[in-house]
Design a protein. Structure first.
Length: 422
């Protein structure tokens, strides 16, 4: 389910009683048409390609998002005891809820790498989906694996999908290709699970692996609030009575700290003023939703929808995406120029032929992904491994934050490395 539709349900729907909320975000990454969206549907029961252009083209364009429950039958042996249903398929027993997690379905098409990097900033762990009926690695398989490594994700499960389309010998050959491909990478020791997402085969095995290899991250509620805005919009329908109009909505994930109903929050960089400088926004939290649950306090893990007193015209059409939310006067400064320690990739991924990544020089333009923010930086100076960039759109970030860096090659933005803010 897309952020916009999910957040609309979250904010307009009513919750019945106390319901469990998501504890972590798991990204589905990999090459286009390898079955990520079908796997999301197998795990969650929701088909996340709902945008008209996605249905027409048959690919994911936006980030898909859906929650699912991991439940366990108290009588059946693993892995068949794992399910998302309240009743066991095999013995009919009532299942026990273990936890709720969220799936972030990232587009695999080469032109949508920046969208994938936005999704990566929200992930606690990743499932790399590789089709068994194609040689491994495909271009975006390699690029996505490199991307999660850049943003610091080290908890990975590999899914060998579409095993129903190949023979046993072909599946083994593909498995060996995968093992060779991940050698020396962050996924070298990751489990490889053969599945058929289309037929639901081995989904219980995958859920068991998620429980084993993806522990719920420890969260520090004592830290200052930091929330990445991944979507924003106006929930008011046309023709609504002015007295019933509600403020703008911010959707995204809380990285650290907590936010409560009634809190005064700050949004940076904010909106552009007449002089070209950005002004932070101050607003008040009026409602917090996670899934279908209304909360008094929003915490890290899963997608959070924060309703505010902002003029809804400021949040419509994802206008606030890339901003950072925190309590007033507790956020990092807005940066128009940054110094970064540049770490190039050994080879550029994402194309059939891999190219050596060259050093950056004055005048080079790079696409930067910092959290959910996306901007273009023009290199204005190079001193050793440190590059200075003037930013087209400012960012709110602090020393030590990572930025995924891409350069336009043959009309496409290709990941070339990462930078660490100085």
């Amino acid at each position: 389910m897309h952020f916009e539709k999910l957040l609309s349900v979250m904010l307009m729907g009513k919750s019945e009683g106390k319901k469990p909320v998501s504890e972590m975000n798991i990204g589905l990454i990999g090459h286009v048409d390898h079955g990520k969206t079908t796997l999301t549907e197998a795990l969650t029961g929701k088909f996340t390609d709902e945008h008209s252009e996605e249905l027409k083209r048959g690919i994911s364009i936006r980030l898909g998002y859906a929650d699912f429950q991991i439940r366990k039958c108290p009588k059946c042996e693993p892995p068949r005891c794992y399910t998302r249903f309240e009743r066991c398929f095999f013995c009919g027993s009532e299942t026990e809820l273990k936890r709720v997690v969220s799936i972030v379905d990232c587009p695999g098409h080469e032109t949508l790498m920046a969208t994938m990097l936005t999704g990566a900033s929200l992930m606690d762990a990743a499932i790399l989906v590789i089709a068994a009926n194609e040689p491994c690695p495909q271009p975006q398989t390699a690029e996505h694996l490199m991307a999660v490594n850049v943003v610091g994700i080290d908890k990975i499960i590999i899914v060998q999908n579409k095993i129903d389309l190949v023979s046993e010998e072909e599946a083994i050959k593909n498995y060996e290709q995968i093992r060779e491909f991940v050698k020396g990478t962050v996924a070298e020791n990751a489990p490889i699970i053969p599945i058929s997402a289309q037929h639901g085969a081995n989904i219980d095995v995958l859920m068991e692996a998620i429980e084993k290899y993806f522990p719920t991250p420890k969260r520090d509620k004592s830290k200052s609030l930091l929330m990445y805005v991944a979507r924003s919009f106006d929930v008011n329908k046309p023709g609504k009575d002015i007295k019933q109009v509600v403020g703008g909505v911010l959707g995204g994930s809380i990285v650290q700290g907590v936010v409560k109903v009634g809190d005064e929050i700050e949004i940076r960089p904010g909106i552009e003023g007449k002089d070209g400088k950005y002004e932070p926004l101050i607003t008040k939290v009026t409602k917090i939703m996670q899934g279908s649950v209304e909360l008094e306090e929003g915490t890290p893990g899963g997608l959070v929808a924060v309703s505010t007193t902002l003029d809804p015209s400021l949040t419509k059409a994802d206008a606030m995406v890339g901003n950072v939310v925190g309590h007033v006067n507790e956020l990092p400064e807005t940066l128009y120029e940054v110094d970064m320690e540049y770490h190039p990739l050994p080879r550029m991924k994402g194309t059939k032929e891999e190219f050596k990544v060259e050093k950056l020089k004055v005048g080079d333009a790079v696409l930067m992904n910092v959290g959910t923010a996306r901007t273009v930086g023009v290199c204005t100076g190079v001193k050793g491994d440190v590059c200075t960039f003037k930013l087209k759109i400012p960012i709110c970030a602090k020393e030590g934050d990572k930025a995924a860096l891409s350069m336009q090659i043959n009309g496409r933005w290709r990941l070339i490395g990462y930078g660490v803010l100085k």
